[in-house]
Design a binder for this molecule. Sequence first.
Ligand code: PLP
Length: 389
Amino acid sequence: MSVPFFDIKLQNASIADDLKAAVNRVIDSGAFILGPEVEALENEIAAYSQCKYGIGISSGTDSLIVAMLALDIGPGDEVITTPFSFFATASTIARIGANPVFVDIEPDSYNLDPAKIEAAVTPRTKAIMPVHLYGQMAEMDAIMDIARQHDLFVIEDAAQAIGAEYKGRRAGSIGHFGSFSFYPSKNLGGIGDAGMLVTNDANLAARAKSLRNHGSNIRYYHQELGGNFRLDGIQAAVLRVKLKYLDEWTAARQRNAARYRQLCSVTGDSAGETFNLTLPLVLPDRRHIYNQFVVRSTNRDAFIVQLKSRAIGYEIYYPLPLHLQECFAGLGYKEDDFPVTESAAREVIALPIFPELSAAQIYTVATILSADCNGNPSERLTPSPDVSG
Ligand SMILES: *Cc1c(COP(=O)(O)O)cnc(C)c1O
């Protein structure tokens, strides 16, 4: 049985009638750019994220740009962030003319290591941009403490973490801005590019709203330079349909993760090789939403051979850390600058976790998870008899 890494068609097929009705509604209304569907989605995502305001934006990348523009971050400024993330986290900082300053990650959560942030703060530091990687939130209390001490803004790159929680607080609600992406492979995915900022600050919300629409509140009168970072009505209407199912889909991802943990401890390594697998660690006080289920292996190449031989999909997020990207050579970083990140980049591998996976598919993947994998035993469930699906 083959197991695709991800299959968006299954999810969309299950709600196809609702999706088509939503798209038709927008076509009939003629409100294609911003408009009532976008406003409704803004309110719904804000509420879902425990925030007062939502600002619909054209993508998760653009929403990071708008957040920084709204905080007056620009040339000469520094923004502290992680080198272990999707490219946009750092590229947006550079794109607005500021400098990304990287700080290494924690080995088990893969998120920004708060213990290493302070040493990177300079008089030019304006903000910290933590990423809630794979769907688990960064150590936000410690990050907010450092930000308060040094008078810095915090922009949560929550692109992978909608609905994730830290001590009961939702991703995006703790920093000055939270930024979401609705790229199709995110937990809440559109049928094209889309994103959103959330905030609890009325002034920041107003500024971001203006900036996403050419710095204009009244048509043809421009207070400042913004851009076209608008969200369109069709994406908003589709996302509103999907938002109703998000908790159900997240629960399915969490169930899939629990099954992997359970099966990992009871199945053998059929190839007789040791992959030395480590399962993802869920830290205390977190709601992990499993945008990705990422294991690590000190023998990743051999593990990949096994996956390929059984037609099991996988992805590597991310093979080359941001500080070593060619386009950032000018920042002056070099190999070994961030050893925790660099070893993660050599060892991580994401396995299929999407909600529609069948029990049999999970079992297929689990049969090649080695018996010696180092899961967090407290996370393991008692094996249940129905796992062979
Ligand atoms: C997906 C993603 C983005 C960018 O979102 P787009 O909607 O693709 O522009 C930014 N940061 C992280 C961590 C992401 O995973």
